[in-house]
Write a protein that binds this ligand. Structure first.
Ligand code: HEM
Length: 357
């Protein structure tokens, strides 16, 4: 009898132990999500949401694959300044310039803003005004990664759109500069709770897209940065004959439009475009991570997805906070008064016209 009790106790202990292992594995594998966001947020209010976004973006990228980079960067610039609240999408108003007018945002693509508004119109047509512009931007970035060849992954949704935008100084303070060393970038991103692995993984977004000469010309003028590969430097000088030329070049010389781990291979070959990229292979805290991502694309994808899900939840507005904009470029209140002004103007014109006859 005692033997069978001991046996039962052993079996149940083993079962309990394996249960806790599974639970704790699941807990460490699935990313934490902030209160108010959910993996199934629009399941009832807009079940077609993700297919509308993907279908439209497939069409857009079939015409021009380079637009993936513009949309990915837009989400980053939204999230880092004042949180992922769609504030970067707002146009300036009479009360002042918008985030878009701050220097780091001047090179965001006009077409990216337009694509977000096109998506918004398509979604509103099918579901009504239920999906925020901040969520549309997050989904567009997610699909850009996948449709450029990167990993496919779920993101939590339920963000609301902000009612204000950040000042020029706040924008500058929150987006680190391309001439920053790894020390600068690590310190800057640590304030948002990103560790060295997150920093190296997020920088891997530079596997697609372009940059304008002024973003890296401090490496060419007045003196060549000695960490630059010789041939790479020569070609950059051909693209940028002076420090202020507005020409552009690709961020990843191996596969500029493909989301893969070649950006890290570039760094190993001293062909990273920005100081903030190349220095990740100099700094001892990040060098090993760069090497591991260059050797193992799956590892890069895994860490990139984790860091993106984290980035996509920075200071989000949820619940009753903010609003769901009916035009991603304008706050609803401003939009109403803008529409009214247009209507009033038309009525006035018509009245003037009828006076003339
Ligand atoms: C870690 C610090 C970062 C710095 C210093 C930085 C800086 C820059 C700069 C200066 C440009 C080029 C602007 C131009 O001259 O046109 C650029 C482009 C780009 N960045 Fe970053 N970035 C950083 C992180 C990120 C992150 C986290 C993402 C996304 C997750 C990202 C995605 C992109 C993309 C996709 C482009 C190409 C945009 C296009 O082709 O339109 N960057 N970045």
């Amino acid at each position: 009898m005692a033997a069978s009790y001991t046996f039962l106790f052993l079996v149940s202990s083993l079962l309990l132990a394996s249960y806790f292992c599974v639970v704790s594995d699941a807990a460490t594998d699935s990313p934490n999500i902030v209160k108010g966001l959910s993996w199934s947020f629009y399941d009832y209010s807009c079940p077609q949401l993700e297919s509308i976004v993907r279908k439209h973006l497939k069409k857009v990228f079939n015409d021009d694959i380079t637009q993936t980079a513009g949309l990915l960067r837009l989400h980053f610039h939204d999230c880092f300044v004042q949180g992922c609240d769609g504030s970067v999408l707002l146009d300036g108003s009479a009360s002042g310039p918008s985030e878009q007018d701050a220097p780091p945002n001047l090179t965001l693509r006009a077409r990216a803003f337009q694509i977000i508004n096109d998506l918004r119109a398509r979604i509103e047509h099918k579901c009504g005004r239920v999906v925020s512009c901040a969520d549309i931007t997050a989904l567009a970035a997610r699909d850009s990664v996948f449709l450029a060849g990167g990993p496919d992954y779920d993101i939590p949704l339920g963000r609301r759109d902000g009612l204000s935008f950040a000042t020029r100084n706040a924008t500058l303070a929150n987006l680190p500069p391309p001439f920053g060393t790894a020390e600068v970038i690590l310190t800057s991103l640590a304030t948002k709770n990103f560790d060295a692995t997150d920093v190296v993984a997020l920088s891997g977004a530079h596997t697609i897209g372009i940059a304008h000469c002024p973003s890296f010309s401090s490496r060419l003028f007045p003196n060549l940065d000695p960490t630059l590969d010789n041939t790479f430097a020569k070609n950059l000088k051909l693209t940028c004959p002076t420090a202020t030329t507005s020409n552009t070049t690709v961020l990843d010389i191996r596969t500029p439009n493909k989301f893969d781990n070649k950006y890290y291979v570039d760094l190993l070959n001293r062909q990273g475009l920005f100081t903030s990229d190349q220095d990740l292979f100099t700094d001892e805290r990040t060098k090993g991570i760069v090497k591991s991502f260059a050797l193992d694309q799956d590892l890069f994808f895994d860490k990139f997805v984790k860091a993106m899900i984290k980035m996509g939840q920075l200071s989000v507005l949820t619940g009753n906070q903010g609003e769901i904009r009916s035009n991603c470029s304008v706050r609803n209140n401003d939009y109403v008064s803008y529409s009214k002004t247009v209507v009033e103007q038309v009525v006035e014109d018509l009245e003037n016209l009828s006076d003339e006859f």
